[in-house]
Write a protein that binds this ligand. Structure first.
Ligand SMILES: Cc1cc2nc3c(=O)[nH]c(=O)nc-3n(C[C@H](O)[C@H](O)[C@H](O)COP(=O)(O)OP(=O)(O)OC[C@H]3O[C@@H](n4cnc5c(N)ncnc54)[C@H](O)[C@@H]3O)c2cc1C
Length: 339
């Protein structure tokens, strides 16, 4: 560690996705006198396939079932979203109900925690309610209503986080870094936080080949005259390639329709035929949307979730240049695990 005890610590955060921005704000809370610098190729406002955060749906619907660390990340974030949604409605996070429909038995759906065989967030989200048999769509095996979780307008939320960083005197530099060691931009740097997401696949000094993209495609459509009462999700399992979801974004952000989870697919182009399929599936799931041909498309999207074999890498590494705190590989949980 280069800095001495008499100096304020100096932290560099590499990456300005939801993970990098939340990390910078967390560091500011813990080390009020520190110097913090975010170095990133992309910042909120950018739309690029290398930058996952703007393409997310997004909502809080935990996919963790490890009865351990991953669940705890989501629990902490749920609490933080509660506070943000109450105290800062302008941040783009809102409480919302969610209907989950599964096409496999609950034991095979990946929603029960190891060891307890329960849905760990049952109480946290207001008590899950089984969906009545006559309300299940054809082919579905079971459904659960979550009375109270969160939906995020990602564009608004990323800008809100960025504004918080500015207010907290976090410095921002747009720069591509070839190796993680380059982020030690001066001998005073105490530690570098590596929040580069899928960038860690090719970032020198990291080159994590356990990383891979999980491609998602979405369609953003205009909200119908009657707002939806809830979000919808349908899938064989909580994490599955065939996933359909409908998220009504707060603050007039339209409705996000999705999607898919294509492991190992780096293609950043929109597939318009597949977009039609998404709209069809979403209208069948959420009849309030009306007919697919009547949907008014605002924009199509493709994002690559930063997935990693074995789960996210959250650990400290001591390098010759100094300490690197890795925090990447959030896959489809980067928002709900962000705090
Ligand atoms: C369709 C879709 C739906 C999703 N839905 C949800 C959801 O409902 N809930 C949820 O929690 N999550 C969801 N996600 C997942 C979520 O979007 C990601 O987990 C999250 O955005 C990852 O954030 P990140 O900060 O790790 O990475 P990114 O947002 O990709 O940010 C990486 C940052 O690192 C920078 N960077 C990388 N390499 C370098 C370099 N060499 N030099 C400088 N800078 C570099 C980039 O420029 C960028 O600033 C969804 C994702 C998709 C695609």
């Amino acid at each position: 560690m280069a800095s001495t005890e008499s100096q304020s610590p100096y932290f560099v955060v590499l990456g300005a996705g939801v993970i990098g921005l939340s990390t910078a704000l967390t560091i500011r809370d813990k080390f009020p006198a520190s110097k913090i610098l975010i170095v990133a190729k992309h910042f909120p406002g950018d739309y690029h396939v290398e930058y996952c955060s703007p393409w997310a749906g997004a909502n809080w619907c935990s996919s963790a079932n490890d009865n351990g660390l991953l669940e705890s990340f989501d629990r902490v974030t749920f609490g933080r979203f509660q506070t943000i949604s109450q105290d800062h409605p302008e941040a783009g996070i809102q409480s919302s109900a969610l209907r989950m429909i599964y096409d496999q038995k609950i034991e095979d759906a990946g929603i029960l925690s190891k060891g307890t065989e329960k849905v760990w967030y049952d109480d946290l989200a207001g008590g899950l309610v089984p969906v009545a048999g006559d309300e299940l769509p054809q082919g579905a095996v079971f459904g659960l209503d979550i009375p109270s979780t969160f939906v995020i307008n990602t564009q608004v939320y990323l800008q809100w986080l960025l504004a918080k960083c500015r207010t907290a005197e976090v410095q921002l530099v747009r720069q591509v870094v070839e190796t993680v060691d380059q982020a030690f931009i001066s001998p005073e740097v105490t530690a570098v936080f590596n929040c580069t997401g899928l960038g860690s696949y090719s970032l020198g000094g990291v080159n994590d080949k356990e990383m891979y993209p999980t491609r998602g495609q979405t369609v953003l459509v205009e909200q119908p005259i009657q707002p939806l009462k809830r979000m919808y999700f349908r899938s064989p399992r909580r994490v599955d390639k065939d996933t359909t979801y409908v998220f009504q974004r707060p603050l007039a952000g339209g409705i996000v329709l999705g999607g898919c989870r294509d492991d190992g697919n780096w293609d950043g182009k929109v597939n318009l035929d597949f977009a039609k399929d998404i709209m069809k599936r979403c209208c069948a799931l959420a009849p309030e949307l009306g007919k697919p041909e009547d949907l008014k498309v605002i924009k199509h999207g493709v994002g690559l979730r930063p997935n990693r074999k074995g789960g996210p890498r959250i650990e400290i590494e001591k390098r010759q240049t100094g300490f690197v705190v890795h925090n990447y590989g959030a896959s489809g949980a980067g928002y709900q695990a962000s705090w």
